[in-house]
Design a protein around this ligand. Structure first.
Ligand code: C5P
Length: 222
């Protein structure tokens, strides 16, 4: 592994799910394991970067020499990202952020009542799009987990969220992506793409960090 490609860079990575509280004991979340983000953090650190890992609740151990900031909700994750944005060279958003949160968090446990209950949800801010439109904008990389039309949706998100690169994976394929140890992805940027065959998330993370570092260096030189 070319160990010096990210020497002197501060890489910030969001990882894992977010939890959106309904009341003191309940939340809405998803099955993200955080494995891809943690693998990227390890690979970026091994490539010479200083790494900040903004992590939702996961059961993984923090990679060596990475600074971990624990958050729970999407709003907390956004705050943590905004805290470091002006001191960040590369921002990689691998977190599975909840798109919506309960409109209000009940102060007391919601009591069981009728046969139906209505929940009102409001949209969460888009963290990676907010970072990518920030005045002191880092080189910004997003993820797109799709089940159909993977390339088209990923390219749409690349443009709409103002990203430099996007990592697209087809989550309809069994054995890769969400919660598994392996992943196969395609990396897109405005004028190119690179496909990566199925491999372990740690091996893939190394390949992705190398490709991101190459493109980051090329864009810096423009
Ligand atoms: O639009 P979609 O959720 O598919 O986009 C996925 C990408 O956007 C990922 O990089 C994810 O981390 C990021 N994202 C975010 N904040 C949100 C929703 C998604 O940073 N509220």
């Amino acid at each position: 592994f070319e160990s010096a490609v990210l020497d002197g860079c501060h890489v910030v990575i969001t990882a894992g799910p977010t939890r959106e509280a309904l009341d003191p004991v309940r939340y809405i979340s998803n099955h993200s394991s955080g494995k891809m983000g943690y693998a990227l953090a390890r690979a970026a650190q091994e490539a010479g970067a200083r790494v900040t890992l903004i992590s939702g609740p996961v059961t993984l151990t923090t990679p060596d020499r990475c600074q971990r900031v624990n958050v729970s909700s999407a709003l907390e994750m956004l705050d943590a990202a905004l805290n470091v944005v002006s001191d960040c060279d590369i921002f990689i958003a691998s977190a599975a952020v909840a798109d919506y949160r309960p409109a209000a968090v009940a102060e007391q446990k919601i009591k069981k009542s009728g046969d139906e209950i209505q929940l009102t949800l409001v949209k969460n801010p888009d963290i990676v799009a907010t970072i990518a439109s920030h005045a002191e904008r880092p080189f910004t990389v997003g993820f797109a987990a799709e089940t159909t039309d993977v390339a088209a949706y990923a390219k749409g998100k690349l443009a709409r969220k103002n990203l430099d690169m996007i990592v697209a994976n087809d989550v309809s394929q069994p054995g890769i992506g969400f919660n598994s140890d392996d992943n196969a992805v395609t990396l897109y940027w405005p004028d190119g793409e690179q496909a990566f065959a199925a491999m372990s998330k740690q091996a893939l993370a190394r390949e992705l960090i190398l490709a991101i570092a190459q493109r980051y260096t090329a864009v810096l030189g423009d």
